[in-house]
Write a protein that binds this ligand. Structure first.
Ligand code: GLY
Ligand code: MN
Ligand code: MN
Length: 431
């Protein structure tokens, strides 16, 4: 991994925060993500399970973490399993964590670190002291993957092997904890944002008529990786002209033309934490009057929405309120008619024709991070704020997206130094 080591206090604290949410006599088992195959002997890059990382800091495949906070034997309260290395692995893949290094990374005592192939032998000494077994599943409301994770395979095996234990869902507890970012996590997010800002500022000097969308992608990746990011936080959207109206456009293969706006939904990850930025800039460095008007409308919605990202507010009310602000902007732009709006079906408001996605999502170890939408906004939560207007008939799409940390007294915009106002963008593009 390219990032600088993270002090293990974060992971020690996270385990402590989880332990107080568990029922007495509980054992928790978490698995690393699989390395996903492609074709032949190809694989995708490794991405650690966010929950396992959150509780251990171990960023290596085939890792398992077992927590049993009230086990009578102290050695079995926090147990880590690591992939055992060999001469062959060292030669072909390189270095794997030693037990000493894993102790340093996670804060788990070396005495409680074993090799993954020893799991059965060690776990059998723990499991019969437990009444409850917490296992993990991907309870993200947008998840629709058909691929079985290690966690899912484990659930099947465990239910056969230990049929009389009480099984519990770990995911709601993880969502509860991960929704509130610890100060160290905020620092990691800020680093991802800082690298993203450098990438965006680089683009302001680079973009001009004739540039290809993929050249912009390459430029950004260069900036991100040279600053110790693994790369993009998500597949970058570099959408010029009408492509900006395709919400998940990822082809990035068109030439940018004089007069187009280019929508850039591009951000870096750092230490597994993700920024999520969108800017919409004119390819030739100057907005037309129409582009300015739409841009100012989106910016107005963003500024108003940010005011609502404060403690005590709730998801549905927030989104409803933002919808109303957007509605009046769309009327102002001549895209919606006031009389039609007055008669609209409130469950299917007309603004959705031009603004068809949500305004915010949780952000953190995952881009669409975990968190419960019925929980009131609390200090420590981080949300995106990303209104957009997409006018297919004009081949014009504008979205703006910043990352907002909720605080006791309101919020902090983690992206407030990234150019956003029209004048600043034009000035930087033409300097
Ligand atoms: N970049 C993904 C999103 O904005 O949600
Ligand atoms: Mn985004
Ligand atoms: Mn987003």
């Amino acid at each position: 991994m390219k990032y600088t080591a993270i002090a293990n206090e974060l992971f020690v604290t996270n385990r402590r925060r989880l332990s107080v949410l568990l029922k007495p006599r509980s054992v928790v088992v978490l698995n690393a993500n699989d390395i996903m195959p492609t074709n032949a002997d190809g694989t995708m890059g490794f991405r650690q399970s966010s929950d396992l990382f959150y509780l251990s800091g171990v960023d290596q495949e085939e890792t398992m973490l077992v927590l049993f906070p009230d086990h009578p034997d102290e050695r079995f309260r926090e147990v880590l399993f690591l992939r055992e290395t060999s001469e062959m692995i060292e030669i072909w893949e390189g270095h794997k964590l030693t037990k000493e290094e894993a102790e340093q990374t996670s804060g788990i005592s070396k005495k409680s670190i074993f090799w993954t192939h020893e799991f059965e032998r060690v776990f059998i000494q723990m499991v019969f002291e437990a009444e409850h077994i917490y296992l993990n599943t991907n309870e993200h409301t947008r998840n629709s993957s058909e691929v079985e994770t290690r966690d899912v395979r484990m659930i099947r095996q465990f239910r056969e092997k230990y049929p009389l234990h009480q099984y519990q869902r770990l995911a709601p507890l993880m969502h509860h904890l991960r929704a509130i970012k610890q100060p160290v996590e905020v620092d990691l997010l800020k680093e991802a944002v800082r690298i993203t800002e450098d990438g965006f500022r680089r683009l302001l000097k680079f973009v001009k008529p004739g540039v290809w969308e993929y050249e912009i992608e390459a430029e950004l990746l260069h900036e991100f990786v040279r600053q110790r990011s693994q790369g993009f936080a998500y597949t970058p959207i570099i959408a010029s002209g009408a492509n900006a109206c395709v919400l998940h456009y990822v082809e990035n293969n068109r030439q940018c033309r004089d007069g187009d706006i280019i929508l850039l939904d591009v951000a870096a990850e750092y230490g597994n934490y993700n920024a999520d930025l969108t800017r919409s800039i004119p390819v030739n460095g100057r907005f037309s009057d129409r582009q300015k008007a739409v841009y100012q409308a989106v910016l107005h919605v963003m500024k108003e929405a940010k005011k609502l990202l404060v403690p005590g507010n709730v998801w549905d009310d927030y989104h409803k309120e933002v919808g109303k602000i957007m509605e009046s902007q769309l009327i102002g732009l001549g895209l919606l008619d006031k009389n039609d709006v007055a008669k609209q079906d409130p469950d299917n408001p007309l603004y959705r024709k031009y603004f068809m996605h949500g305004t915010s999502h949780f952000l953190g170890l995952d881009v669409h991070d975990v968190g419960n939408k019925y929980r009131k906004f609390e200090p420590g939560m981080v949300f995106t704020c990303e209104p957009g207007i997409y006018i297919r008939e004009e081949g014009l799409g504008i979205r703006l997206e910043n990352n907002i940390l909720i605080t006791e007294t309101g919020n902090i915009d983690l992206m407030d130094s990234i150019p956003l106002e029209i004048e600043e963008i034009e000035e930087l593009m033409n300097s």
